[in-house]
Design a protein around this ligand. Structure first.
Ligand code: SF4
Length: 566
């Protein structure tokens, strides 16, 4: 807090804009935050209108009556313990949210995977981001966005695929519009629809829905045939180039074939291919139109392949760039809040990772395999395999695919707990409802699309008895018998441990890129004052913390066994 101003972060989208909150409650953009440099979109600018407490959940409810926290937490711990004793750890589940702060995510993930002994924790970020996670791991060996927002301004060609930037990431759209005005950035929009983003396009490819892989396979073939696939990358820094090119040729041998598959004029596609081939500073931004697909991971890799094959990655103005939807989808991925992730970019596929997490947590009952992913999780609830479910900060009765089936599952589940700020379609199914603190009332961190960790700072007291999610989870964990492992005084303690896990035994040639070692001994005041920082931040990075905003630009550092991209 400086001069009565509190610096915090917008809770709406993955751009992660910094905010100033004045003593009189006025909200403005933080001119020093790297995501927005003082800008705000209409959603961020209207945040003060969301602060009314009318209709908020104020007290725990058991059935239709108000209860106190002790009674509610005791009951949750007892029910979960009884179900686990009778049916085993895989009979319980948590369904969480990209609205969680990283500290909320960390304790929930630790409780489930290290102490209850199941990986049945998944997040609504699964629905929007899991394809990018899988694509990154497949190409880079780890879930890493190689670039930063400045690339959008420094590119000479920006390709937007499956992204309505104008509506979904408005401040990045503003940055792109300004860049276009200043140095005539060429913009290609690939989208079946004419969205608001279409208005700034030099070329719009209204492709047939689902034909993205053919478009980018055709681009790879075109790049290879026009001498753009650089030797250092295709031979020294990446593995599988020849096989990838063969596969691309089978998918779309010529631009005419790709145009036929995508149902766009061949001349337009040729134009796009020509611009991409001729423009080294090319950045490809993609979002849910790519991710939310039955072939989303292949679409992600088809895009990444074109950047790897040309070496256009991790240098100013160039790279594949996945834009996250929710404010902390990225923080959840760092923690390992997806059912098929372990923790801190470690994997269930590697027994050494599982053992490492077990030793770090001193975990009594370590999960050793992936758990149920969101859709499968609710199917398991409907089939009676999940008997106790805790839903935090999300409304699956309205927002999941096949929501009718999800509502049937919730209605059939023997024990449902829901934590939220307001009554929702999902709280109707809860045996216990817990009142959660909202974004303006809780402290922690979030990570935006460009790997930038920002503090979210409370500037109001929660109404009634509302409490932060990390507190609820740790209180239940303590009541289940793990008091010393969940003995946190506040979010700073949790963040330090999260950073410590990322750095634990993280040395040698196969070190994990996700490393916050420099932050694992933050004092309370350093955590309080933490500026926006990009990771990785390994031990030895000194204050003011700075890290390379871009990764892999020299062709090195991929988290694969041989250090080469795939
Ligand atoms: Fe908030 Fe996103 Fe708008 Fe930035 S772009 S102010 S993070 S809604």
């Amino acid at each position: 807090m400086a001069g009565g101003v509190i610096r915090t972060t917008c809770p709406y989208c993955g751009v992660g804009c910094g905010l100033h909150v004045a003593a009189d409650g006025t909200l403005t953009g933080d001119p020093q935050h790297p995501a927005n440099c003082g800008r705000l979109c209409s959603k961020g600018a209207a945040l003060a209108d969301t602060l009314a407490s009318d209709g908020r959940l104020l007290y725990p409810q058991i059935g239709s009556r108000n209860a106190n926290w002790h009674e509610a937490l005791d009951r949750i711990a007892a029910e979960f313990t009884q179900v686990i004793d009778q049916f085993g750890p895989d009979s319980v589940a948590l369904y969480v949210s990209g609205q969680f702060l990283t500290e909320d995510y960390y304790v929930a993930n630790k409780l489930m995977k290290g102490f209850i002994g199941t990986a049945n924790i998944d997040t609504n970020s699964r629905l929007c981001m899991a394809s990018s996670v899988a694509g990154h791991v497949r190409a880079f060996g780890e879930d890493i966005v190689p670039g930063c927002y400045e690339d959008i301004e420094q590119a000479d060609l920006v390709v937007l695929v499956g992204s309505n930037l104008a509506w979904c990431h408005p401040v990045l759209y503003q940055r792109l519009v300004t860049a276009k005005e200043q140095h005539k950035t060429k913009i290609v929009v690939i989208d079946p629809r004419q969205t608001a983003t279409y208005n700034i396009a030099d070329l719009h490819l209204a492709i047939r829905p689902g034909s993205d892989v053919a478009v980018f396979a055709g681009l790879l073939v075109h790049l290879a045939e026009h001498g753009q696939c650089k030797h250092p990358w295709t031979h020294d820094f990446a593995t599988g180039y020849a096989a990838t090119l063969d596969a691309a040729r089978m998918t779309a041998p010529t631009f005419v074939d790709a145009a036929a598959i995508a149902d766009v004029p061949a001349a337009d596609l040729k134009q796009f291919y020509g611009w991409f081939a001729a423009t080294e500073r090319s950045t490809t931004l993609y979002s849910q139109g790519i991710n939310q697909s039955s072939s989303g991971t292949d679409k992600v890799n088809a895009i990444i392949n074109c950047h790897l094959a040309t070496g256009r990655i991790g240098r100013p103005g160039m790279g594949p760039f996945s834009l996250t939807g929710q404010p902390n989808a990225m923080g959840g991925r760092e923690v390992g809040g997806l059912a098929n992730q372990l923790a801190a970019h470690m994997s269930f596929a590697d027994p050494a990772d599982v053992d490492r997490a077990r030793r770090f947590w001193n975990a009594p009952r370590m999960a050793t395999r992936a758990g149920l992913k969101a859709v499968d999780l609710f199917d398991a609830v409907l089939e009676g395999r999940i008997k106790a479910l805790w839903i935090l900060n999300t409304n699956p009765a309205a927002s999941m695919p096949r929501a009718e089936r999800v509502r049937a599952a919730l209605g059939a589940c023997p024990f449902v707990v829901v934590s939220d700020c307001w009554p929702t379609d999902t709280t109707r199914f809860a045996d216990i409802v817990l009142p959660a603190a909202g974004w303006s009332e809780k402290d922690g961190t979030i990570t935006n699309s460009e790997r930038c960790i920002s503090r979210q700072r409370a500037f109001r007291q929660p109404p009634g008895g509302a409490r932060p999610d990390w507190w609820m989870v740790t209180e239940v964990a303590r009541r289940m018998g793990w008091a010393s492992a969940f003995d946190y005084r506040g979010p700073a303690d949790i963040f330090r441990e999260h950073a410590g896990l990322s750095a634990f035994e993280n040395t040698g040639p196969h070190r994990r890129v996700f490393d916050l070692g420099a932050l694992c001994e933050l004092s309370a005041s350093q955590y309080e004052d933490l500026p926006a920082v990009h990771w990785p931040l390994p031990r030895g990075t000194s204050e003011p913390w700075s890290s390379p905003k871009r990764l892999f630009g020299d062709g090195r550092g991929f988290a694969t066994p041989d250090g080469r991209a795939r």
